[in-house]
Design a protein around this ligand. Sequence first.
Ligand SMILES: O=C(CO)[C@H](O)[C@H](O)COP(=O)(O)O
Length: 232
Amino acid sequence: MDAREMKIKAAEAALTHVESGMRLGIGTGSTAEEFVRLLAEKVAGGFRVEGVPTSERTARLCVELGVPLKSLDELPELDLTVDGADEIDSSLRLVKGGGGALLREKIVAAASDRVIVIADESKLVETLGRFPLPIEVNPFGLVSTRIAIERKAARLGLTGGLTLRQSGDGEFTTDGGHYIIDASFGRIPDADALSNELNSIPGVVEHGLFLNMASLAIIAGPAGARTLQANR
Ligand SMILES: O=C(CO)[C@H](O)[C@H](O)COP(=O)(O)O
């Protein structure tokens, strides 16, 4: 089974948790897009859902495939969000934001009763941090914010390169008009402490640590999809 087939397996399993009539948060990334494709087939067959997309990219795909959309202001409370992740640990703590949609993804996840994360097994880690942590920052005061991130992280014993994400010939800009700094810490032993420190920096808009948000992870490997439950 190749990587795409594994993503489809995880997306298929997630779809079994979706009921007609649900208000659905719809994630961003290649795995979430497999979910959108399968969802669109169900919608074409008469299945009724209202989706809130977590990015302009996901919104475009949903419109193209005929998945009905609402804004989060129209549907401020959601039954379920299905989204991908860049890393997942055994407590279902996540690193997200590889696709640059972390802010909307976190807002949508927080507005959802349940969050199901779908991924292939390459995303499972013992300790978060191998994937560079995306930190969304306001362009104003970028240098000061970067220094603050370095200092706060160093206090937690975290060092590593901070890279301003690029796209084409300029800075990558999020749907909210912000920049992303990718922090290559290698290992984040205390994700709660890092989350609190990052949240205390005014120029940090949001970061990619999604702690205590996922209720279920559906992980696909060559043998098929398995489910991991959050133990909280
Ligand atoms: O957080 C995300 C986007 O901001 C994605 O969910 C994450 O990057 C995983 O993407 P993919 O399924 O393509 O590996």
